[in-house]
Design a protein around this ligand. Structure first.
Ligand code: SAH
Ligand code: SF4
Length: 368
């Protein structure tokens, strides 16, 4: 676990925070810029290597601050090149990240919480319950680790070119720690990723979709999974708090804030549950003539789940029906199945889970 106690972990401080830290030390703001580049671009793990700082300042920093990455418990590599890491998260718990190499890009799928309180019916993380939010250092530490562990790309670019918050947890339920992590990902002196290459995936915490649109308009993916409230109430229980119409309104406003960028709608294909031609028709009505793309995700089974994956022809038929209504639709290629790294299979290790049940009454607890 990364201690967020007395010694500040500079890994999780975006530029403004780092400048305030150096101001407290009586140092100039450009020190913050130098240290940011050392940590996030040059992979420094200790102050001693930061050769453009004076020896005196390096010694002082090592006394008052740290750069601590999460500890890796296990690394697994799939036959398809996907890499999964299990990071220690304190009290015998762990979270997972997955690196997916593709021609021209390297996508890192990262976690935002230990477990998840939102309890979606088809999700291994949800089945485990919720323990706690990850700190900003623990979120960004997953990217920092991957870039240190993986070889650089041709031309010297860092291995991670895209980041998606599709690992364990609901990122918008950890908004306070998510926002500085996003700032570091898009900062020129941080990871320098364009907002397009950073995707927050949410099951639909509407008030925080609005905030994100104003504060850091990265790409948005929304876990829709059902075309009507009756079914979505069952599959994605947060729908009882923020139903489809309210969610879609927030999505269209989000898209409008930045040159009508497309929202991706994730739709897990569950056999005989949400994969009928009628469901495709209803979904098409909701999304046609909107800045929307649908990404169909073949369900990935996990121990204890009763759902089954829709057959390939049902998925292809569903996709074709959406396209007939001019809705852009793709099917996600399943990667890393042999190492349990596919969507929805990330279980990490959640112990001492805090029993939070989603209901109207306790929604404040869930989204704090
Ligand atoms: N909490 C966020 C992000 C993490 S889940 C969210 O729900 O959007 C990332 C994606 O994987 C979501 O679309 C989620 O619905 C999907 N998913 C969850 N369990 C799955 C499973 N067993 N098979 C396929 N996709 C799954
Ligand atoms: Fe949480 Fe997302 Fe899983 Fe739902 S699908 S339980 S929001 S991690």
């Amino acid at each position: 676990m990364i201690t967020e106690g007395k010694t500040p972990n500079l890994l999780g401080l975006p530029q403004a925070g780092l400048e305030a830290f150096f101001a407290d030390l009586g140092e100039k703001p450009f020190r913050a810029r130098q240290v940011m580049q050392w940590i996030h671009q040059r992979g420094a793990g200790e102050f001693a290597v930061m050769s453009d700082l004076s020896r005196e300042l390096r010694v002082r920093l090592s006394q008052v601050a740290e750069v601590t990455l999460p500890r890796v418990i296990v690394e697994k590599t799939s036959v398809d090149g996907t890499v999964k890491w299990l990071f220690e998260s304190g009290a015998g718990q762990a979270v997972e990240s997955v690196f997916i190499p593709e021609p021209g890009r390297g996508t890192l799928c990262i976690s935002s919480q230990v477990g998840c309180a939102l309890d979606c019916a088809f999700c291994a993380t949800g089945a485990q319950g919720f323990n706690r939010n990850l700190s900003t250092s623990e979120i960004i530490g997953q990217v920092a680790h991957a870039n240190r562990a993986l070889p650089r790309r041709h031309g010297g670019e860092a291995a991670v070119t895209n980041v998606v918050f599709m690992g364990m947890g609901e990122p918008l339920a950890n908004y306070r720690n998510l926002l500085p992590a996003l700032e570091l990902l898009v900062a020129d002196l941080g990871y320098g990723l364009s907002r397009r290459r950073v995707t927050v995936s949410t099951s639909g915490i509407v008030p925080h979709i609005e905030r994100l649109g104003d504060e850091c308009n990265v790409s948005l993916a929304v876990s829709l999974h059902a075309p009507d409230d009756a079914l979505r109430d069952r599959l994605v229980p947060i729908n009882r708090v923020h139903p489809i119409a309210e969610l879609l309104d927030a999505c269209w406003r989000y898209a409008a804030k930045r040159a009508n960028r497309f929202i991706t709608f994730e739709y897990v294909m569950l056999k005989d549950v949400n994969d009928s031609p009628a469901a495709a028709e209803t979904l098409a009505k909701l999304l046609s003539n909107r800045p929307a793309k649908v990404n169909l995700i073949p369900f990935n089974p996990f121990p204890g789940s009763d759902f089954r994956r829709s057959p390939e022809d049902a998925i292809a038929g569903f996709q074709a029906r959406l396209r007939r209504h001019s809705v852009i639709a793709t099917t996600r290629k399943t990667r890393g199945e042999d190492i349990d790294a596919a969507c929805g299979q990330l279980a990490g290790k959640v112990s001492d889970r805090v029993r939070i049940r989603l209901s109207e009454k306790n929604k404040r607890t869930v989204t704090a």
